[in-house]
Design a protein around this ligand. Structure first.
Ligand code: GUN
Ligand code: ZN
Length: 434
């Protein structure tokens, strides 16, 4: 393959460590006039334009963005493909919301044409919003995952997904069995896991919709294949937690159900965790598991406020999740806007650099992919964004009053959304242009 090399000149910012561990100043690198060099889908150099430009071989094209910020692509650690058509459904909290809106909407994925159509819309929406990697729930139907991976593969995206396993407490039209869920997941793993930049996640929906037999087989899949992911929901809603206690009276608590079936581990991501207790956070951290913080969903479904400081105390890996369609936006900028308010309501602060970390490197660490995505370090995948300082008249005017990159970043996260994302690049290829 011929060498393809291209350079991008702009203000460039990336998170290089968790501010909770190293302090804010050591957590990021910022180049006011920076240069990012991309070769064959990977980043080959990052630095000040003045230092790198003289050494750039003649003929390398340089794109210059005088009024934009380059950042790594955003990472969404929790989202549902088959809920794209029901974002913003009125009036219910989790359990009634699932029965009233979610299950009927997901049932449409029995039709492969529908699955293909929504997969295209969904991936476009991710890229329009600057999300280059997502950990995705399909529906119970394998075709939802086939449609998603086929569309992601065409664009060489780094994506993780799995078919939902649920064999009880859901309508008949939407359940598998312990055995069929296992076999269908296995077939999808054989077909997609490790193909290009795709990875498979074993996906029991949540404890109430899986029998002990199904949870056992989910755990078995994780031991049969290396590097598989596991994704599920935990401790999102108080009624849900009570229900889990009734269904699994022999277990110590919600997390202990998953622990018993050996579903905790370095590639396990638990969505929400709003009502986790101290001991559960400690156990999650001890096993290297991660939690997806989903503020727009936790507000919208009235679930509660995630306790990020408690997670930090335990050095628990936390990524950010939109949780569409419980969440109300595909935008991780809008998700951070709400995350900030979650902290405000708890008398805590979310610095813009911690926010940047959560949306990029923190998500990559939650997914154990920090050597490939989440930063702009040379050698990593060239998944990055061009964020437009003039995306809207208000943003443009407001940013003129900003005196530091901290302020600029915070305003981008408060006022920004899909309009802010001018271009999205994945493996060095432009995959979205506003
Ligand atoms: N718990 C079980 N299923 C779901 C779902 O689809 N969305 C959310 N937010 N929580 C869940
Ligand atoms: Zn969810």
């Amino acid at each position: 393959m011929p060498l393809t090399r291209k350079a991008y000149r702009a203000a460039i910012l990336h998170s290089i460590a968790d501010p909770a561990e190293v302090g804010i100043e050591a957590s990021y690198e910022y180049f006011e006039d920076g240069l990012l060099v991309v070769e064959n889908g990977r980043i080959s150099a990052l630095g000040h334009a003045s230092e790198l430009l003289p050494g750039l071989p003649a003929g390398v094209q340089v794109e210059h963005y005088p009024d934009a910020l380059i950042t790594p692509g955003f990472i969404d650690t929790h989202i549902h493909l088959p809920q794209t058509g029901m974002v913003g459904a009125y009036g219910e909290q989790l359990l009634d919301w699932l029965n009233t809106y979610t299950f009927p909407c997901e049932s449409q994925f029995a039709d492969p044409d529908h699955a293909n159509e929504v997969a295209d819309i969904f991936i476009k929406e991710l890229l329009r919003n600057g999300t280059t990697t997502a950990l995705v729930f399909g529906s119970v139907h394998p075709q939802s995952v086939n449609a998603f991976f086929a569309a992601a593969e065409k664009l060489d995206l780094r994506m993780i997904a799995g078919k939902v396993m649920m064999d009880r407490n859901a309508p008949d039209y939407l359940t598998d069995t312990a055995e069929s869920g296992y076999q269908e997941s296995k077939a999808l793993i054989e077909r997609w896991h490790g193909k290009g930049r795709l990875h498979y996640a074993v996906t029991p929906r949540f404890a109430p919709t899986s029998t002990p037999e199904q949870l056992t087989l989910a755990g078995q899949l994780l031991t049969e294949y290396p590097d598989l992911y596991m994704q599920t929901h935990i401790s999102e809603n108080l009624q849900e937690i009570q229900w889990v206690k009734e269904l699994f009276p022999e277990r110590k608590g919600y997390l202990d159900v998953y622990d018993h079936y050996q579903l905790l581990g370095e590639r396990s991501v638990f969505a929400h965790g709003v009502h986790l207790c101290d001991d559960e956070c400690a156990r999650l951290a001890e096993t290297g598991s991660a939690v997806a913080f989903c503020p727009t969903s936790n507000f919208f479904l009235g679930s509660g406020l995630f306790n990020l400081p408690m997670a930090e105390k335990h050095k628990l890996n936390v990524g950010l999740g939109t949780d569409v369609g419980g969440g109300t936006s595909f935008s991780l900028l809008q998700t951070l806007n709400e995350a900030y308010k979650v902290m405000q309501l708890q008398g805590a602060r979310l610095s813009p650099f911690k926010s940047l970390y959560l949306a990029t490197l923190g998500g990559a660490r939650a997914l154990r992919l920090e050597d490939k995505i989440g930063t702009l370090h040379p050698g990593t995948d060239a998944d990055f964004l061009v964020l437009d300082y003039h995306a809207t008249p208000l943003l443009s005017y407001r940013l003129k009053q900003a005196n530091s990159i901290a302020e600029t970043l915070f305003v981008l996260m408060t006022l920004g959304d899909d309009r802010t994302v001018l271009q999205t690049f994945a493996a060095g290829r432009q995959v979205h242009q506003r």
